[in-house]
Write a protein that binds this ligand. Structure first.
Ligand code: NDP
Length: 398
C-alpha cells in the first residue's frame, strides 16, 4: 500500500525497520538508507517479510543527495531516525521532493548543546504551503509521553494543572559505562542544565541538581533526576493550562560516577581541540570508544518503566492519574535483536508512520503528536508490542 524511506540504521533504525516489515499490510516497500550501507544491509539480511526491502547509502546532511534518493524511490513518507543534526536537512529535502516527514528527536546544532523546537516549528508555513505533513518527536519520550498526556486529557480529566514524566531504565547491560541511545546526543542531553516549567516560565537548575526517589510500578524505588526534555516545551504550548511540567530520569550511581569523571577530564567537550596537529572534538572521540547502542541488547536484562502522571480535576474533584508502559529488554532482543530503549522508540515511530499513511493522522504543516487524536495510537501500542496500563488516584511523584 505505501512506500517508506527510513534514514538511519542504528539502534532505533533497526527496530523501526523491523516493525514496519512486520506491518507489511501498510508498509509494502521499504528503502533503508544510512551513512554506511553495511548498517542497512545487516538489518535487511535479518528480515523475512512480505514487504519489499532495499538498501541505499546516503549522507543525509547533503540535501541534493537526499533529494535525488527520494526522487528515485518515490516514497510516501520519510522516517528520520538518523541523528538530530540531520533534522533540518532531511526536512529541506522532503520539501524539495514533495514528501511527508516524521522524526523522533528535535533538531540540535552540532556546535551548541541546546535543543528546542523553534528551528523545526519555523518550517510550519513551508510545510503548510506545500500541503505536506511533518510529524515531530514520535518516539517514546517524546512521542508516547505526548500521546499519554493527550489521551488522559481527553478521557480522564476536565482540566490538568501538573505534569510529571518519569523515565526509568532498571535494566543492566553488563558494561562499565554505555549509553542506551547515541552516546553523543545522550551525553549532551544529560550534562546540560536542567529546566522545568512553573507558572508560565522556565526555571533553570544545575545538571542533575534536583532528584528524588520514585516508586516505579513493576520496578520499585529508583533515584530520579530532573532534566529538561523536549516534550515539555511542546506540551506546555499545546496544553496552556498546565502550571507545572517536569521530566525525571533514573541513573545508576556507576553511570553518574563515570560521567562525572569524563566531564572533569574534558572528555565531554564539544569544541574542537588540537591533537597531534589535528582538530578533534573530545565527545566525538569518546563516542568512537563507547559501545554502539544497537550492540547492547544481547545481554541486557531488566525492564524499563516510562509513564506520565497528571494532576487536575474531573467532575469538580481533584484527580491524579498515571499511564505507563513496562518493557523487558530480553523480550525486545528475542523479537527484533534490540534493547528496550531502542524498542520503545522504534515501535511508536512505526505507529505514527502507519497512522499518517492510512490517513488517520492527517494535516498540512508541522505537528507534535499531542495535536492529533490519541485513540488510534493508544490502540496500536497494545497491538504492536508496547501495552500500557493505568493507575488512578496514586501519587508517584509528589
Ligand atoms: P545510533 O547512533 O545508533 O544511530 C544513528 C544512525 O544515524 C546511524 O545508523 C548512523 O549511520 C546514521 N547517521 C548519522 N549521521 C548520518 C548522516 N549524515 N546521514 C545518514 N545517516 C546518518 O542512534 P540511535 O539509533 O540510538 O538514535 C537515533 C535517533 O533516535 C536519534 O536522533 C536519537 O536522539 C533518537 N531517539 C529518540 C528517543 C525518543 O524516545 N524519542 C529515544 C532514543 C533515541 P551509520 O551507522 O550508517 O554510520
Amino acid at each position: 500500500m505505501a512506500r517508506v524511506l527510513i534514514i538511519g540504521a542504528g539502534g532505533v533504525g533497526n527496530v523501526v525497520i523491523k516493525k514496519c516489515a512486520q506491518n507489511s499490510e501498510v508498509f509494502t516497500d521499504i528503502l533503508i538508507a544510512s551513512r554506511r550501507i553495511a548498517s542497512c544491509d545487516k538489518i535487511a539480511a535479518e528480515i523475512t517479510s512480505a514487504a519489499r526491502i532495499t538498501t541505499a547509502q546516503v549522507d543525509a546532511d547533503n540535501v541534493p543527495e537526499t533529494v535525488a534518493l527520494i526522487r528515485k524511490f518515490r516514497p510516501d513518507l520519510v522516517i528520520n531516525v538518523a541523528l538530530p543534526y540531520q533534522d533540518l536537512h532531511i526536512m529541506d529535502a522532503c520539501l524539495e521532493a514533495g514528501v511527508h516527514y516524521l522524526d523522533t528527536a528535535n533538531y540540535e546544532p552540532r556546535d551548541v548543546a541546546h535543543f528546542e523546537y523553534s528551528w523545526q516549528w519555523a518550517y510550519q508555513e513551508k510545510f503548510q504551503k506545500a500541503g505536506l505533513m511533518a510529524l515531530l518527536g514520535c518516539g517514546f519520550d517524546p512521542g508516547v509521553t505526548n500521546v499519554f498526556t493527550a489521551w488522559m486529557h481527553k478521557h480522564r480529566f476536565d482540566s490538568v494543572h501538573t505534569l510529571d514524566i518519569i523515565d526509568c531504565n532498571a535494566g543492566s547491560h553488563g558494561q562499565h559505562f554505555a549509553t542506551n541511545f547515541n552516546p553523543e546526543i545522550n551525553i549532551r542531553e544529560i550534562t546540560q542544565n536542567g529546566r522545568y516549567w512553573k507558572d508560565g516560565a522556565w526555571v533553570e537548575t544545575k545538571p542533575l541538581e534536583i532528584h528524588q526517589a520514585v516508586d516505579y510500578p513493576h520496578v520499585g524505588p529508583r533515584e530520579s533526576y530532573l532534566l529538561f526534555h523536549e516534550e515539555l516545551e511542546s506540551l506546555v504550548k499545546h496544553f496552556p493550562a498546565i502550571r507545572q511540567a517536569r521530566f525525571w530520569m533514573t541513573f545508576g550511581q556507576q553511570y553518574i560516577t563515570h560521567l562525572t569523571v569524563l566531564q572533569n577530564v574534558g572528555m565531554t567537550r564539544i569544541d574542537a581541540i588540537d591533537f597531534q596537529g589535528q582538530k578533534i572534538i573530545p565527545l566525538e572521540f569518546l563516542k568512537a570508544l563507547l559501545p554502539e547502542p544497537g550492540s547492547l541488547g544481547a545481554n541486557y536484562t531488566g525492564k524499563t518503566c516510562i509513564g506520565v502522571q497528571l494532576k487536575g480535576e474531573k467532575d469538580g474533584k481533584p484527580t491524579t492519574h498515571f499511564v505507563y508502559n513496562v518493557c523487558e529488554h530480553a523480550e525486545c532482543w528475542t523479537e527484533v535483536q534490540a534493547q528496550a530503549v531502542s524498542y520503545t522508540t522504534g515501535v511508536p515511530a512505526m505507529i505514527g508512520a502507519a497512522l499518517m499513511l492510512t490517513g488517520q493522522w492527517q494535516g498540512a504543516g508541522v505537528f507534535n503528536v499531542e495535536q492529533l487524536d490519541p485513540d488510534p495510537f493508544m490502540a496500536m501500542l497494545n497491538r504492536w508490542g508496547l501495552p500500557w496500563q493505568e493507575l488512578a488516584g496514586v501519587e508517584l511523584v509528589p
